[in-house]
Design a protein around this ligand. Structure first.
Ligand code: DP6
Length: 335
């Protein structure tokens, strides 16, 4: 079998920072995100034919035309082991992924990457998962990938293995402008930074308590279609996450002077009557939330800070093609 799927990145409006259970990838709190309609990851999973020989062979992973042999391959193999366990299969797989996030755009590729892999692999291994179970599966690859399964505006619930999934929520139309101010590598990856924050930041317990409340406030604001409130909560929650991370020892600081300058510029846009709110993930780049009618004005206003990319609200992850390997393309079955 071979299956191809596509998924898009998402940006959290209420952030996920910290796991309650690393093995099951259960988050310490819920989170809320907006899926983007730019930078899709398209992934094809092809199962090696025949059983028996499969067990000794290894999975293969090609990303943007390059064969991957390092830790990223191990992460893909461990993820495929989960899929094989669910499917009762020992077939090895070849994974070919095209990730269109420009290098250094500051958007984590793990969200779209593992959402596309979960969608393609579950189709290739013949699993017929509900959207909820697909999002639970994607969670095991990367936490933020959970929210790239539903796309749109989504909540990812904290909970146990069964209860921790993402689902779409009603929200007003929104857009984002990604401001790439620094394309360099991160000083420390988010996985390790989360661990250090939990172990050493005195602010972490307050982050967990306050973010749990913030998720409820954000769900209320989304249900009410209150864009101003959504924006205010988004910017506040991002700064709370960064304050919590900065409280780690040794300290971790993702925002630099230019990031802070973008937050200031966004505040000035608001003072001038343009509703825009800033957020940032585990890196210096800033993403600005606005209403769809304002996105080109926001992009123009922030163009002097770096590369700007506009995005609307993106779609759910989906299977593009699914067929028997080597079958006549005319007979292929699309799902
Ligand atoms: C700052 O999903 O990359 O972007 O679960 O360890 O793979 P793992 O972490 P990851 O962390 C994302 C952190 C964040 C906030 C967010 O997307 O909610």
């Amino acid at each position: 079998m071979t299956a191809t799927a596509v998924a898009h990145p998402n940006i959290a409006l209420v952030k996920y920072w910290g796991k309650a259970d690393a093995q099951l990838a259960l988050p310490a709190t819920g989170s809320v995100s907006m899926g983007l309609d730019v930078f899709p990851t398209t992934t094809t999973v092809t199962l090696d034919g025949g059983s028996g020989a499969g067990a000794e062979a290894r999975d293969a992973f090609t990303l943007n035309g390059h064969v991957v042999e390092d830790g990223a391959l191990v992460r893909v193999q461990q993820f495929l082991d989960l899929v094989r366990e669910l499917a009762g299969s020992d077939a090895r797989a070849s994974v070919v992924s095209e990730n269109t996030v420009p290098t250094g755009a500051g958007l984590a590729s793990s969200a779209s990457g593992f959402a596309a892999l979960a969608t393609a692999a579950s189709a290739a291994y013949g699993l017929d998962l509900s959207a909820r179970d697909l999002s639970r599966l994607a969670r095991r690859g990367s936490g933020s990938a959970t929210r790239s399964i539903p796309g749109g505006v989504a909540v990812w619930h904290a909970g146990d293995d069964q209860g921790s999934f993402a689902e779409p929520i009603p929200a007003p139309p929104m857009a984002m402008v990604v401001v790439t101010i620094d394309a360099g590598p991160k000083p420390i990856g988010s996985r390790e930074a989360m661990r250090r924050t939990i172990a050493t930041s005195p602010f972490y317990p307050a982050w967990v308590t306050s973010t749990t409340e913030t998720v409820g406030d954000m769900l209320d604001a989304c249900a009410a279609g209150d864009f101003t409130r959504i924006g205010e909560i988004t910017e506040s929650n991002a700064l709370r996450m960064h304050a919590t991370i900065e409280g780690a020892f040794p300290p971790i600081r993702y925002l630099n002077a230019r990031s802070v300058a973008v937050f200031d510029a966004v505040g000035e846009l608001r003072a001038a009557g343009l509703e825009a709110y800033a957020t940032a993930d585990a890196g210096p780049n800033v993403v600005v939330l606005c209403q769809p009618a304002d996105r080109s004005a926001v992009a123009t206003a922030l163009a002097s800070f770096g590369d700007v990319i506009e995005s609307g609200t993106g779609p759910a992850a989906r299977v593009l093609r699914s067929e028997e390997s080597g079958s006549n393309p005319d007979q292929k079955e699309s799902v």
